[in-house]
Design a protein around this ligand. Sequence first.
Ligand code: GRF
Length: 201
Amino acid sequence: MKKRIGVLLSGRGSNFEALAESVAAGRIPNAEIAIVISNREGAPGIDRAKSRSISTRVIPSKGLEREAYDRQVAAVLDENKVDLVCLAGYMRLLSPYFVAKFPNRILNIHPSLLPSFPGLEAQRQALEYGVKFAGCTVHFVDENLDAGPIIVQAVVPVMDDDTEATLSERILKEEHRIYSEAVRIVLEGKCKIVGRRVLKS
Ligand code: GRF
């Protein structure tokens, strides 16, 4: 049986697309993207999914209390028998209810070397801080923002003439590579969580 991935996104959807490409190319074997859910109407990621004939659902989050919203999303993930939830530019904190419902089965990608620069505009934070190396992180999701055990990271250099746009572009290329790698590792059951550490098993 193929493992079923559910993707949650709010915007552009390039990380979703990278995952879809990897599934199609066999870099994430024995898996399929079962459903793509957006909390925002008109998220370009939804159009990208449609053009790949992947099922989509828009569940607007505006005005809803966090857990009430998350219950709706969880119900759709259940309907679609999802084994793994991948956050891909999903601009919402998850409720304790949601995190408990999918224990160690929710992944997120963040454009910094966590625990540096969590939250919004991570690439800008890195530039302004003056770090010489930046990067990205795929981690298991817990109730805290951009926290949870780290599965894969990638490092990129920061150049003197970098702008937020050029640094973001360099990081994004690595995001697309390591998200697929992390999903493969998790779906193949090739890791175990020991404290905060994710170790090969
Ligand atoms: C990425 O930089 C990701 O790391 C962050 O949000 C951005 C989403 O981009 N969480 P996209 O929608 O996947 O193109």
